[in-house]
Design a protein around this ligand. Structure first.
Ligand SMILES: Cc1cc2nc3c(=O)[nH]c(=O)nc-3n(C[C@H](O)[C@H](O)[C@H](O)COP(=O)(O)OP(=O)(O)OC[C@H]3O[C@@H](n4cnc5c(N)ncnc54)[C@H](O)[C@@H]3O)c2cc1C
Length: 552
């Protein structure tokens, strides 16, 4: 092959390959148009009951504010498969069915509506939930929607956990973390909608996914050369074609190892994935599990608006958490601050008897949820449970240290933007000028930089330096989201534990989003769903308890 032909072979063949994939994905979308297999798998044995509980029609909005009306048509299979039975739904009144995006929004809306439309419980359950982060708030919200009585207990005097924030003496807010919402957060957007706080994301109509993702990579000439871009794009193809099963199979490899295995040059890892790894999990590509990156890419590439970002318009405790609390309380639930769970006390049969608070109060309920970070759960675990494999596997899940720094300047900085900025520097991860990006923090004359420092292992115990800055606040979180190292995914627990009446919620529990606000909200929904499904069992347990007490 002469040099010219060789060049043609090298340049054209991968492009053709890419083109074929794009055509395949578009055609796949066309074929499915109008019929969306809703990926809801009903538990074996519970098939009829589950089928009856599906609302005949329900509506929701997607990230563009398009109205989706879903008609529950029929089950695709007459008899349940071994793993349950997926429902087929017909989607009508939808201007442009963009399937992957739509399915996730459908799923989120379906789950939400199932709480409201399920038959009202004859005897509402009292459910005690520890931790008012987004997972605990979401659990309590959906249980209240389903007609139950959540009692949400928060250790600190502030709502939100990792989204908590405080006001200083000047009236300025400082936060646990700089938080960004993505277009691929259907459960969070759905939640806003249900609370009447829906803020529509105005994303420009450009290219459909995954073309927009590929286009963005190819268009950028500053970070990567053309051969590097092509190798990168080809390396990603298996992830784009292989779907969720492929993604899950990559948990054993770190980002760096996976890139090398795919023949992607180290320079791509350094140019693109240091920033991405630190933004996703506060660690570097040599530590982060590739599964984490692939889940993020899958969401961003498959969903047209997945990679669009938005900031909250104000401080998270008031703008994000308080509306949820108001909703819970309006439905008869309770939310108590300064109520730290000190001990999970057990019955003789190893089930939960009550939660003992550090103020000496004892709280009893029909079911119990721990929605604290995984590190706290491990400290609270009763001795009798520690050898159960479900709990033993939690050992591998450890919170990662991160530091959130806020700096107030006496003037407006010129080189910041109304956006989130990413860094590949050894300590800095993401940052933003919050005086520009956040409506409530807006200041036309001065800047406030909020910077996430990560990896922060070495810095977490250091004292702050006294540089000449007008004002600063530093919030250290020694154990933040769980460290997504290779092999950690199988250790993530389902929301229903093997202990009857005991459940978990939290971003680290099993759900298809990463350790994120979306993951926390979805985990709460799944936890509430498990409790609602276990209703009969929990009522029977309560009756048995009453009978035993009266017998004594
Ligand atoms: C610096 C930083 C930046 C981040 N940026 C983003 C982002 O941009 N986008 C995104 O989606 N996600 C981001 N995240 C992740 C996101 O904040 C978390 O995934 C999510 O908020 C976790 O919610 P959670 O409810 O699972 O846990 P938590 O928020 O940790 O909530 C647990 C709650 O339990 C309480 N608790 C603890 N012990 C007890 C006890 N004994 N009794 C009662 N209550 C107890 C805690 O006080 C807390 O309120 C970021 C996190 C950090 C730290």
């Amino acid at each position: 092959m002469d040099a010219k032909n060789f060049l043609h072979f090298r340049l054209l063949s991968p492009l053709h390959y890419l083109l074929l994939v794009v055509i395949f994905l578009s055609v796949r979308g066309e074929l499915n148009r109008g019929f969306l297999p809703l990926p809801l798998i009903f538990p074996k044995g519970n098939y009829r009951q589950s089928l009856n509980s599906v609302p005949k029609t329900f509506g929701c909005s997607d990230s563009m504010g398009h109205r989706l009306i879903i008609q529950n048509s029929h089950a695709v299979r007459k008899r349940p498969r071994k793993d349950g039975c997926p429902l087929q739904v017909v989607c009508i009144d939808y201007p442009r069915p963009e399937l992957e995006n739509t399915v996730n929004f459908l799923e989120a809306a379906y789950l939400s509506s199932s709480f409201r439309t399920s038959s009202r419980p004859v005897k509402p359950l009292n459910i005690v939930i520890a931790g008012a982060g987004l997972a605990g708030l979401s659990t309590a919200k959906y249980l209240a929607d389903a007609g139950h009585k959540p009692i949400l207990l928060e250790a600190r005097d502030v709502l939100g956990g990792k989204v908590a924030a405080w006001k200083d003496n000047d009236g300025d807010w400082y936060e646990t973390g700089l938080h960004i919402f993505f277009g691929a957060y259907p459960n969070v957007q759905n939640l806003f909608g249900e609370l009447g706080e829906f803020s529509r994301f105005d994303f420009p109509e450009v290219l459909p996914a995954p073309v927009n993702g590929i286009w963005a990579i190819l268009k950028n000439n500053e970070m990567l050369t053309w051969p590097e871009k092509l190798k990168f794009a080809i390396g990603l193809l298996p992830a784009m074609i292989g779907g969720q099963a492929y993604v899950e199979a990559q948990d054993g490899l770190s980002v760096k190892d996976w890139m090398r295995k795919q023949g992607i040059p180290d320079r791509v890892t350094n140019e693109v994935f240091i920033a991405m790894s630190k933004a996703l999990n506060f660690i570097n590509p040599d530590e982060l599990s590739m599964q984490c990156i692939l889940i993020a890419l899958n969401r961003f590439l498959q969903e047209k608006h997945g990679s669009k970002m938005a900031f909250l318009d104000g401080n998270p405790p008031e703008r994000l958490c308080m509306p949820i609390v108001d909703h819970i309380q309006s439905l008869g639930g309770q939310v108590q601050l300064n109520s730290r769970i000190q001990k999970i006390e057990l019955n003789k049969d190893g089930t939960v008897k009550n939660f003992l608070l550090n103020n000496g109060n004892v709280i009893e309920g029909d079911a119990y949820v721990i929605a604290t970070p995984v590190d706290i759960l491990k400290l609270l675990l009763p001795e009798d449970w520690k050898e159960i494999s479900y709990f033993r596997k939690l050992e591998k899940l450890v919170g990662v240290p991160v530091i959130n720094v806020h700096i107030w300047f006496d003037r407006k900085l010129k080189n910041t933007y109304d956006h989130l900025l990413f860094s590949r520097s050894p300590l800095l991860s993401v940052y933003a000028d919050m005086s520009v990006t956040c409506k409530e923090y807006y200041n036309p004359n001065q800047s406030m930089l909020e910077l996430v420092f990560a990896p922060a292992e070495e810095w977490i115990s250091c004292n702050q330096s006294k540089a000449k800055i007008v004002k600063y606040h530093v919030v250290k979180t020694p154990r933040s989201v769980y460290k997504t190292i290779p092999g950690s995914d199988p250790c993530r627990p389902l929301q229903r534990s093997p202990i009857e009446g005991f459940y978990l919620a939290g971003d680290y529990t099993k759900q298809k989003y990463l350790a994120s606000m979306e993951g926390a909200v979805l985990s709460g929904k799944l936890c509430a769903q498990a409790i609602v499904q276990d209703y009969e069992l929990l009522v029977a347990r309560g009756q048995k308890k009453v009978a035993e007490a009266s017998f004594v």
